[in-house]
Ligand binder design. Structure first.
Ligand code: SF4
Length: 325
């Protein structure tokens, strides 16, 4: 899976949260939120990660940036192992790696003006003097489609779409190379969603950005991604370039997810695959293939042996025994 031009290499990333119980609060188990995720992200690329709520996609993004400390695994950014950096070195590295959050309102301090919020990362990293920071804020506001007078306004004075533009300007302030966007448009109206997605695409081109774009909405991910990875119960189950994944999914879970997405062509019929049963608990994932309790194609081997996540040709990765049958 190693690509020579990879900006980010994630290998066997795990994030387990201990479950404690008893009078001594001993560790009695673990919630396996992320359970061995591997992928590469090329420079200038957008990799979308999709999956149902609780599949571990957001925790994957947060663990890469060490907003959550990974339990195990390797995260290399331009050849530097992020998981072993000291606190101070990681803080410096964060200039290169920024995050755009789902809820623009929650991620902005209500007592800070938009200008102060955008200038904050510049102050944290000691970039520029007061006058230069003010100029930079003006420039960033214009870059994200806002006016310089917006700098003096507070978050509650903006619409949801405008607040997300501020969140993006804030992320861009320190000239990052990689942006992890965690459900950046899911709190917005559909009409505003496409404006923000188009803005993100324009900015990617302009600033040579690389995106890890996390969302539950398959149409949104299709709009913006070059490649798409599908997660289920803490693991990546399929990864391919956008068109291959949406037109020729090979994993039964991806097939089921996509069968629920409306297709624009009324002639094109797509049979809806209804999955039965609930998503199992990540504290007690099923043995073998974690999807076997809901898979319409389950075989005996699926209950016993976990399928390898491997390349089935042209970078189309999937973890399913059907491909070996
Ligand atoms: Fe279904 Fe088996 Fe493939 Fe898992 S490995 S997705 S249970 S066919």
């Amino acid at each position: 899976m190693v690509t020579p031009e990879a900006l980010l290499q994630v290998r066997n990333l795990k994030k387990y949260y201990p479950i404690r119980g008893g009078v001594f609060s001993r560790k009695v188990g673990a919630v396996k939120a992320v359970d061995g995720v591997s992928f590469d992200l090329k420079k200038g690329e957008t990799l979308g990660i999709v999956g149902e709520s609780g599949c571990g996609k957001s925790t994957t993004g947060r663990s890469i940036l060490r907003l959550e400390e990974p339990t195990e695994g390797s995260v290399q950014f331009e050849g530097t192992e992020l998981t072993s950096l000291s606190g101070e070195a990681m803080r410096r590295m964060r200039r290169e790696l920024q995050m755009v959050f789902q809820d623009p309102f929650a991620s902005l301090n209500p007592r800070k003006t938009a200008g102060e919020a955008i200038a904050e990362p510049l102050e944290v990293h000691g970039l520029g003097n007061r006058r230069e920071r003010k100029e930079k804020v003006k420039e960033l506001l214009s870059v994200v489609g806002l006016d310089s007078y917006h700098a003096a306004r507070y978050p509650h004075q903006f619409s949801g779409g405008q607040r997300q533009r501020i969140g993006i300007a804030r992320a861009l302030a320190v000239n990052p190379k990689l942006i992890v966007a965690d459900e950046p448009v899911s709190a917005l109206d559909v009409s505003i969603q496409s404006q923000v997605l188009n803005l993100m695409e324009d900015l990617q081109e302009k600033f040579d950005l690389t995106y890890l774009f996390i969302a539950h909405d398959l149409s949104v991910v299709r709009h913006i991604s070059d490649r798409v990875g599908v997660m289920y119960l803490g693991r990546m189950v399929e990864l391919a370039d956008r068109n291959t994944l949406y037109e020729r999914p090979i994993h039964p879970y991806t097939q089921a997810l996509l069968s629920a997405v409306p297709v624009p062509d009324p002639e094109a019929k797509r049979e809806r695959i209804i999955l039965t049963g609930d998503v199992p608990s990540p504290s007690n994932p099923p043995k073998g293939c974690a999807f076997h309790t809901r898979c319409p194609h389950v075989m005996d081997i699926c209950r016993e042996m976990r399928p390898d996540f491997r390349d089935h040709g042209d970078g189309h990765f999937a973890a399913c025994h059907l491909m070996d049958a």
